[in-house]
Write a protein that binds this ligand. Structure first.
Ligand SMILES: *[C@@H]1O[C@H](CO)[C@@H](O)[C@H](O)[C@H]1NC(C)=O
Ligand SMILES: *[C@@H]1O[C@H](CO)[C@@H](O)[C@H](O)[C@H]1NC(C)=O
Ligand SMILES: *[C@@H]1O[C@H](CO)[C@@H](O)[C@H](O)[C@H]1NC(C)=O
Ligand SMILES: *[C@@H]1O[C@H](CO)[C@@H](O)[C@H](O)[C@H]1NC(C)=O
Ligand SMILES: *[C@@H]1O[C@H](CO)[C@@H](O)[C@H](O)[C@H]1NC(C)=O
Ligand SMILES: *[C@@H]1O[C@H](CO)[C@@H](O)[C@H](O)[C@H]1NC(C)=O
Ligand SMILES: *[C@@H]1O[C@H](CO)[C@@H](O)[C@H](O)[C@H]1NC(C)=O
Ligand SMILES: *[C@@H]1O[C@H](CO)[C@@H](O)[C@H](O)[C@H]1NC(C)=O
Ligand SMILES: *[C@@H]1O[C@H](CO)[C@@H](O)[C@H](O)[C@H]1NC(C)=O
Length: 621
């Protein structure tokens, strides 16, 4: 009886949630897609929620209408079927760039009165531009470049008072340029058309390259003298290799998926800080060293797969590399495996892009490993969003954690108003991390190894528990040479080749992480006397001398009644960092021990510091 009621409740809840969908918009999208060729990766399943799961589709807040569709590089080709997209009358953003769509400018788009951004560049559209642009009085960005539009530029464009970008370059537009007076216009590109006559006075403020490649007489444009408008789009945010740059056009078809989950993480926790901040904003010089093995991989990959980012199933929003390049990318850190960037994309979405160097395996092996890692769904494991493999570039895309890595929290520059990590936070980080590693160790039939556990690879999930990232990359890379790097402080003594990490070497690295959390010291650090100290050795020697209390971070001393817990964690850390691999506990045992630390809890003071820890500082930007 009760069960039935419950089922009924669930059933009606499901019904309600289905009803809440914009059913007609969904059907319009299906009608659109079904009559076009498209990428097989598109997850537009009629039985799944259009607003929640369909890639490249965005709904309004009450999920009553679809307001944006972004399918860059989705392999769409052919004509846009009439009476499909045009039924999505609430659309504000349409991005179909970098596909193979052909035909005239879609007639029915004039129905999309709320359109603000229209990206149709790099397709095969031809014929005239729409005569009457004034039907879209909210248009702000129009990019129709790199098509075969011909005819003249309609004067009605001057009715678009909100317009900020007009890019019509690389078409076959002819006739004279109309005198478009739009004060809000910041970006204009009419290059490489068949325009003639002169540049009208209203457009003289734009630089001459915006008009180049036409048959214009006496172009007396002032070149970028107008300081009010930054003319060059901020390209090359991701720096190029010296000789062989990141080839924009070749990679134009790339799609990067970003998930709704990622969104939640980003929106949820917002504390300003950078990943591996200690590494700083390093100068963006890339080594263009080519690795020998990757050319082997090239031949095995099919032409078709080339230049496509593979993204994992629950990813929702779609972006291509063009976005990424234009995105303000900031270097978050440089590690042994390459450089990590923060890329702020459209829609305020931020992702982390890791540009791998020294990948030592071929495409197939790389893909297999990524597929294994990409399938992992766990609270304490960072979700891999997408990856990309070509001869010249290997990228992995994951979520961005605004509050930075545990390394930056422990060792990063102290900023105004930023408090140090309290004990409860450290304990949660440690417990979460142990659970994450233990879960990783169960994957791939119990064979998956993380291989690179270190504080800069640990982030905080929305509950403040540790979350492990960078899984399984170590085994794909050329071995990291021993001396120097900070990572070596985490490396188990028996590991001579970083590709041959084991479960038990992961346990060792986790032990070092625990000691780091307890002492607040880096795994390898230099004393004032310029002596290089290995954290594990130092902790062992201090404990041997029975000065145990000396090892703990002074920052922790202000929290009362935590000594027992700290000592317990110290013992676990030392057991994990045992010299002999067979003396180290297994990861699932470690989890039990870690969880045991708090079971002995009877501390009234702990709630106070815990609530403090769980209130994230909200960053207004
Ligand atoms: C959707 O669900 C219906 C009814 O359950 C089923 O007949 C249909 O095959 C499903 N469609 C897909 C694409 O799974
Ligand atoms: C267009 O946008 C306005 C303002 O956001 C909204 O009220 C209106 O419903 C939208 N039109 C359609 C057809 O959705
Ligand atoms: C244009 O945008 C404004 C708000 O920015 C909105 O009120 C208006 O409805 C929009 N116009 C159309 C035609 O949708
Ligand atoms: C222009 O479009 C073609 C396909 O139509 C594409 O191959 C090329 O890369 C595009 N070029 C630019 C600069 O976008
Ligand atoms: C327009 O598309 C071109 C590619 O043809 C691209 O280079 C440019 O950045 C785009 N501009 C805007 C404002 O979208
Ligand atoms: C126009 O085409 C040229 C040559 O293919 C290319 O370098 C340029 O980026 C294109 N510009 C736009 C805006 O598409
Ligand atoms: C535009 O191109 C089409 C063919 O693609 C041609 O029939 C038409 O005459 C052209 N129009 C102009 C104004 O050049
Ligand atoms: C601008 O819009 C107004 C009203 O919508 C219209 O009367 C006028 O003809 C338009 N101007 C152009 C150049 O299309
Ligand atoms: C360029 O324009 C001039 C005068 O406007 C014209 O005489 C000439 O034929 C044009 N050249 C081309 C290649 O269209």
């Amino acid at each position: 009886m009760d069960n039935k009621m419950f089922l009924l409740f669930i059933f009606s809840a499901v019904l309600v949630s289905v009803e809440a969908e914009p059913v007609q918009d969904k059907q319009a999208l299906l009608d659109f897609l079904n009559s076009m060729n498209h990428s097989p990766h598109l997850n537009w399943d009629e039985n799944s929620s259009v607003c929640q799961t369909w890639r490249g589709v965005t709904c309004n807040t009450d999920e009553s209408r679809v307001i944006a569709i972004r399918l860059p590089g989705a392999g769409l080709s052919g004509l846009i079927p009439p009476n499909t997209l045009t039924r999505l009358s609430a659309l504000e953003t349409v991005s179909l760039r970098s596909n193979g769509i052909t035909g005239f400018f879609p007639d029915g788009f004039s129905e999309l009165k709320n359109l603000t951004s229209l990206y149709l560049q790099s397709n095969k559209f031809f014929g005239p531009l729409p005569l009457d642009f004034s039907v879209w009085n909210n248009l702000t960005v129009v990019n129709l470049s790199n098509n075969s539009f011909n005819g003249s530029i309609p004067y009605s464009i001057s009715n678009l008072t909100q317009l900020t970008s007009l890019v019509l370059a690389n078409n076959s537009l002819s006739g004279v340029i109309p005198d478009i007076y739009i004060p809000s216009l910041q970006e204009l590109n009419l290059a490489n058309n068949k325009l003639n006559g002169v540049v009208p006075k209203s457009l003289l403020r734009f630089p001459s390259w915006a008009f180049s490649g036409n048959n214009l007489t006496s172009v007396t444009t002032v070149s970028s003298l107008s300081p009010a408008f930054p003319m060059k789009p901020p390209y090359n945010a991701i720096p190029s290799k010296k000789n062989k740059g990141l080839n924009e056009t070749a990679l134009l078809g790339i799609i990067i998926g970003v998930c709704s989950l990622g969104f939640a993480v980003i929106a949820g926790v917002m504390v300003l800080c950078c990943y591996d901040y200690a590494a700083g904003v390093v100068e963006p010089v890339m080594k263009s060293k080519k690795n020998e093995v990757s050319s082997k991989a090239e031949s095995s990959g099919s032409r078709e797969d080339k230049n496509k980012i593979v993204f994992f199933e629950d990813c929702k929003l779609a972006f291509d590399l063009e976005d990424l390049l234009r995105a303000s990318a900031e270097i978050l850190g440089k590690g042994n495996f390459g450089t990590t960037y923060k890329a702020a994309l459209e829609d305020a979405t931020t992702v982390v892009v890791k540009r791998l160097k020294e990948v030592s395996v071929g495409k197939r092996e790389f893909q297999q490993q990524m597929e294994v890692v990409g399938k992992i769904k766990h609270d304490n494991v960072d979700t891999l969003r997408a990856y990309y493999y070509s001869k010249d570039e290997k990228l992995v895309v994951s979520d961005y954690y605004q509050q930075g890595s545990v390394s930056s929290m422990l060792h990063g520059q102290r900023r105004e108003g930023r408090t140090s990590l309290d004990w409860d936070s450290r304990l949660k980080i440690a417990i979460g991390t142990s659970r994450g590693i233990a879960h990783i160790h169960t994957q791939q039939g119990g064979k998956l190894v993380h291989g690179n556990i270190k504080a800069s690879n640990i982030f905080l999930n929305s509950q403040g528990y540790g979350c492990v990232s960078d899984i399984g990359l170590a085994t794909l890379m050329s071995p990291i040479p021993s001396p120097g790097t900070r990572a070596t402080g985490y490396r188990a003594p028996e590991v001579t080749d970083t590709r041959k990490a084991t479960h038990s070497s992961d346990v060792y690295s986790f032990g070092v992480l625990l000691l780091e959390l307890l002492t607040g010291k880096s795994p390898i650090y230099t004393t004032e006397g310029e002596q290089v100290v290995q954290l594990v050795r130092w902790v062992n020697s201090v404990v041997r001398e029975e000065w145990t209390a000396e090892v703990f971070d002074v920052e922790l001393l202000k929290y009362p009644n935590i000594e027992e817990e700290m000592v317990e964690m110290l013992q676990i850390g030392m057991a994990c960092a045992a010299r002999m691999p067979d003396q180290r506990p297994k990861m699932d045992e470690v989890v039990r021990m870690m969880e045991g630390i708090r079971r002995t809890e009877n501390r009234p003071s702990s709630t106070e510091s815990r609530s403090e820890a769980s209130t994230p500082t909200i960053d207004a930007t």
